[in-house]
Write a protein that binds this ligand. Structure first.
Ligand code: BGC
Length: 754
């Protein structure tokens, strides 16, 4: 189809009609011009395609599909290839099911562990979230199916989710909340973006020109269409002008009419409508031209992939005395309702109707020496003493007790935030009682976000399995028995308590007002800066083998910010089992004039090593790895100086470190005014050339005349401070009439001209 020509043939009414959905999941057709309707569907860790009754809350059934591990788990994989493979499978599924765009990945930053949708999001770290997003998108789109990167932007809470106003400063937005979207667009060429429900600094995301057009298209080169989150449109006409192309789901024609009326009244440029239609049709055509409904959908093969992914994303948090892996034939008491009915995905719009689910007990079927006790229920938090007694008896009779615990569905979901980090009391009590009865107690956790672990010292081993998708049971067995060597790493910090979290004081907002007061200090950026104890740090994860890093090499010890440099490090498997490691690279500015985190993740690599094997990993760092967002330049900027380049097992366990000097090639222009203070002026030789004589006069005005040494030292410090922090206009008060306002202004102008 020649899209421009087609648009030229359309009436204004037809064009406006294309700017909203036909129903919950389809774009509108224009039969007269052979424009077909195409389908979009939720996901993204599988396909939630509703053939009949549509809803955006996961209430009505969707077709049977395969539920891969959600983002909370896949992020823990630190594995670009793995998530790309999952994406490819989701893409194939969409082709098979005639779905043009799958709604996701959701790349919002985990600002607080309380966010109800954290299980759908990747990380507290923008670099990790970006890499995961790019991997997933490349996978899906390699199948000629689009993604919709969501929810754009600053959508990190569920509380008042359709009206809250995220108040975020420019630098924080650029460094923390935007990069995953930026990379999804720049590197993975996302076909569509979904704007969020919330306001961004006062303006609804659905009508925010700064984000939808200036940044997204203008800066990042986005060439797809922006759709609204379901029901996120407030002012449709403003939305069109701002760059919101498609309203979803449908508005019963009311907003289409508003668009028509606004154009007729001269309040909206018809070109903006044309542009929206062009973007929508371009993406739909891209799919239609490459539609392959004959693509096979092998659900069983995908189930196996889901199992592999779940296992490789599990994080081994504790393994005292090498209790794990277990041996086949060991007598094992498996305890916990989740061992039979696993919680493996979250609630809401991403809910997949799994064609089958494997529990740990299913996976262990037929294995001798295995007993089971339910231990707790999920309907009530109250401990059930009878169930606990049965679990304790089973634990006593076995060599090892494996408790499968975590968070029930009601504890975390789309639509509302958590209010605490506790597990249900019935599970806490169960774990404590079982651990007393059997010293070899293992806890496997199925949850979408961090929890407190008051029982941690009492148990020997802990596996954080997150929400592992429909094959979680087999994956849990694989990790427990060492069929898969655990290799996941935490994509977020587990704090000791809720009160420790960076945005504890303001999270959730005051009414709609949601100020992001912690700025760039989100997750480990905050805990590291404050040198706080945490339960488990970002990037943490054990293995059944051990790894050692050596031979850190930088390609240069001095670079310009326009150069790239490489960093290489040797990784050796020093243990007895093959295993995968996720080597992490962090960068930190040694000294800076802006507030900066101690370290920030700027690279990671996942690699498989046989026992005794060594591999060299190479990272490439460019300007962005050293830069912060400068609000004067409105651009990334590197302050000249030394930077630490660190290789870590986690954000808290840095094994090797080296320094590199980075020289900036960009000067930040400074314009002085009467309010500029001497501390700043004194650093600038061209300012000093003009001000020196004046300054000498000032010194004599302030100079003490004390006779004893101590008093004169204090007086000198004080004089310096008084002068340093004095604005230029202050001179007028102390110059005793020798300096006029006009003379001083002339000096300021002279400095600015110099
Ligand atoms: C969610 C989106 C989802 C959409 C469609 C909304 O409520 O926020 O993530 O894609 O519904 O179901």
């Amino acid at each position: 189809m020649d899209i421009k020509k087609t648009i030229a043939q359309m009436t204004l009414e037809e064009k406006a009609s294309l700017c909203s959905g036909l129903d919950f999941w389809h774009t509108k057709p224009v039969e007269r011009l052979n424009i077909p309707s195409v389908m979009v569907s939720d996901g993204p860790h599988g396909l939630r395609k509703q053939d009949e009754e549509g809803d955006h809350l996961g209430i009505n059934d969707s077709i049977k599909a395969v539920c891969f591990p959600p983002a909370c788990a896949t992020a823990a994989g630190f594995d670009r290839e793995l998530i790309q493979t999952i994406g490819e499978n989701v893409g194939d599924t969409c082709q098979h099911e005639k779905v043009s765009v799958v709604l996701g990945p959701a790349v919002n930053i985990k600002r607080s562990p309380l966010c109800g949708r954290n299980f759908e999001y990747f990380s507290e770290d923008p670099y990790l979230a970006s890499e995961m997003a790019v991997g997933h998108i490349k996978g899906v789109q390699s199948r000629n199916v689009g993604v919709s990167v969501k929810h754009f932007a600053a959508n990190s809470q569920e509380n008042r989710r359709m009206s809250s106003n995220s108040v975020v400063d420019e630098r924080t937005m650029r460094e923390i909340y935007l990069p995953a979207f930026e990379m999804a667009v720049k590197r993975a060429k996302a076909w569509t973006v979904m704007c969020s429900y919330n306001r961004i600094n006062g303006v609804f995301a659905s009508e925010n020109k700064e984000y939808l057009t200036d940044i997204l298209r203008g800066e990042w080169g986005f060439d797809g269409y922006v759709m609204s989150d379901w029901g996120a449109v407030s002012d449709r006409v403003a939305g069109i002008a701002a760059g919101l192309d498609l309203e979803m789901p449908a508005s019963g024609g009311a907003n289409d009419k508003r668009i028509v009326d606004a154009v007729r009244a001269g309040e909206l440029d018809e070109k903006d409508v044309d542009h929206a239609v062009e973007c929508i049709l371009t993406v739909s055509e891209r799919y239609l031209q490459n539609a392959k409904p004959e693509t096979p959908w092998d659900m069983e093969a995908q189930h196996e992939l889901a199992r592999k992914a779940a296992a490789e994303c599990m994080v081994l948090l504790k393994n005292d005395g090498g209790l794990l892996p277990l041996q086949k034939g060991d007598s094992i008491a498996v305890i916990g309702k989740f061992a039979k009915e696993p919680r493996y995905q979250g609630g809401g719009s991403s809910h997949i109707n799994s064609f089958k689910v494997t529990s740990l007990m299913d996976a262990l079927e037929g294995q001798s020496g295995v007993t089971y006790a339910q231990g707790y229920d999920t309907v009530s938090e109250e401990p059930d003493h009878q169930m606990i007694a049965e679990a304790v008896a089973a634990a006593k009779a076995a060599k090892v007790a494996v408790i499968v615990a975590g968070l029930p569905d009601a504890f975390e979901s789309e639509g509302y935030d958590r209010t605490h980090l506790r597990m249900p009391q019935c599970q806490i009590e169960l774990i404590e009682k079982v651990a007393e009865a059997n010293p070899n107690t293992v806890v496997v956790l199925y949850n979408g976000s961090p929890i407190e672990m008051p029982w941690l010292p009492k148990v020997k081993a802990v596996i954080e399995a997150y929400l592992g998708g429909q094959a979680v049971g087999g994956a849990t067995m694989d990790v427990l028995f060492g069929i898969v060597n655990p290799c996941g790493h935490l994509p977020e910090t587990f704090p000791l308590k809720l009160e420790d979290t960076p945005c504890y004081l303001t999270y959730g907002g005051e009414g709609d007002y949601a100020p992001y007061t912690e700025g760039v200090f989100v997750g480990y950026r905050y805990y590291d800066k404050k040198k706080m104890e945490v339960l488990f740090p970002f990037g943490y994860g054990l293995s059944y083998t051990s790894f050692q890093y050596s031979n850190l090499k930088l390609s240069a010890d001095q670079i310009k910010d326009t150069d790239t440099m490489t960093v290489s490090v040797d990784v050796t498997n020093t243990g007895k089992l093959p295993g995968k490691d996720a080597v992490q690279l962090y960068v930190g500015d040694v000294e800076s004039t802006v507030f900066r985190p101690v370290r920030e993740l700027k690279g990671f690599e996942k690699l498989l090593l046989q026992p005794g094997e060594t591999k060299t990993v190479t990272f490439t760092l460019d300007k962005r790895a050293f830069a912060y967002w400068n609000t004067q330049l409105h651009d990334w900027h590197v302050e000249s100086g030394e930077f630490n380049v660190e290789i870590g097992y986690s954000s808290r366990e840095i094994a090797l470190s080296a320094k590199v000097m980075v020289e900036s090639t960009v000067a930040v222009p400074v314009t002085y005014t009467m309010n500029s203070i001497f501390a700043d002026l004194m650093k600038d030789p061209k300012a000093m050339a003009v001000l020196e004589p004046l300054l000498n006069q000032m010194k004599s005005t302030f100079g003490g005349g004390e006779t004893d040494a101590a008093a004169s030292a204090i007086s000198e410090d004080m004089t310096r401070a008084m002068i340093m922090y004095m604005p230029l206009h202050g001179m007028l008060s102390f110059a005793g009439g020798r300096l006029s306002y006009e003379q001083l202004q002339a000096m300021v102008d002279a400095i600015n001209r110099a």
